[in-house]
Design a protein around this ligand. Structure first.
Ligand SMILES: N[C@H](CCC[C@H](N)C(=O)O)C(=O)O
Length: 276
């Protein structure tokens, strides 16, 4: 069957977004992998599926699949593309949406000028909430990678993140260390590995080796996790500019049990139709 989609990106983290409200869409893991292939398919980091909500209190359900075919709990850059997509497709005329994900409700909103921000929900730190195998909760954990050990801060934004502070993101061997952190046995559901360089108390640079997708130009939940980890360690103020390879995000968090707020762009590149 033919399915319409939009090809979109948030700072170069790219997606195909499919309307599963007005289209009946059935996607197997194999089909997602085929669609995600940058040579034999359309190509994307993640596939985003828009569905009707399960609760009448909410506006939509948001399903996220990495290009390895695995369904995951959250995607920050995708959330900004989500609200732009449903507005462009006239699936709603609301500005602020309550969107169900695998792990709670997020609230993306787009103002009349097209500026987009998202309430990404509250971060979680307990090892069992990441999940991460640890003897006791802490701010940082040593992670043995065989030839070396790194120190990770673990944050869940619904999806799991391990954040490592480095001196220089450009020269850091992300392609070598990233996969070893992503699939480390202490992370039973694998993990997104973020590498953060602190420029000052209100600016960081960030590279993320994403679970199920490899290094991406930007990672929205990774930016949230890195800023939260930096604030918790006393390295950052409550609002931080995050420089990613694809551009800049603004992340704010007031601490304790408050939500993380993300502001940044979303772009529609083209629309298309594909056989699924
Ligand atoms: N690879 C992530 C999902 C996509 C997150 C990222 N693209 C973002 O913008 O948050 C995971 O497996 O949890």
């Amino acid at each position: 069957m033919k399915v319409k989609f939009s090809k979109m990106h948030g700072l170069g983290n790219d997606f195909i977004v499919i309307d599963g409200v007005r289209q009946t869409v059935t996607l197997t893991t194999e089909k997602i992998r085929q669609l995600g292939d940058r040579h034999f398919g359309v190509g994307f980091d993640q596939l985003l599926l828009v569905e009707s909500p399960e609760s009448a209190d909410n506006d939509f359900r948001y399903r996220i699949f990495n290009n390895d075919g695995g369904e995951v709990e959250q995607c920050g850059n995708g959330a900004r593309c989500f609200v732009k997509f449903v507005t462009e497709q006239r699936l709603t005329n609301k500005r602020a949406l309550r969107v169900e994900t695998q792990r709670g409700v997020i609230v993306p909103e787009m103002d009349a000028q097209g500026a987009i921000s998202v309430d990404m929900g509250r971060p979680r730190f307990a090892p069992e909430e990441i999940p991460f195998v640890a003897e006791a909760p802490g701010l940082r954990y040593p992670l043995n990678l065989g030839s070396e050990a790194v120190e990770v801060s673990c944050v869940s934004m619904g999806n799991p993140h391990a954040v490592i502070v480095v001196d220089d993101v450009d020269s850091y061997p992300v392609g070598d260390v990233g996969p070893r952190v992503e699939s480390h046995p202490c992370f039973p559901q694998r993990v997104n590995a973020g590498f953060m360089q602190v420029l000052n108390r209100t600016e960081i640079r960030l590279r993320v080796f994403e679970r199920g997708a490899g290094e991406t130009f930007a990672c929205g939940t990774g930016a949230c996790a890195a800023v939260v980890a930096g604030i918790r360690q006393g390295l950052l103020e409550n609002e931080v500019k995050v420089h990613t390879r694809g551009g800049d995000l603004t992340i704010s968090w007031q601490g304790d049990d408050t939500p993380v707020r993300m502001t940044g762009p979303a772009v529609t590149v083209f629309t298309g139709e594909v056989e699924v």
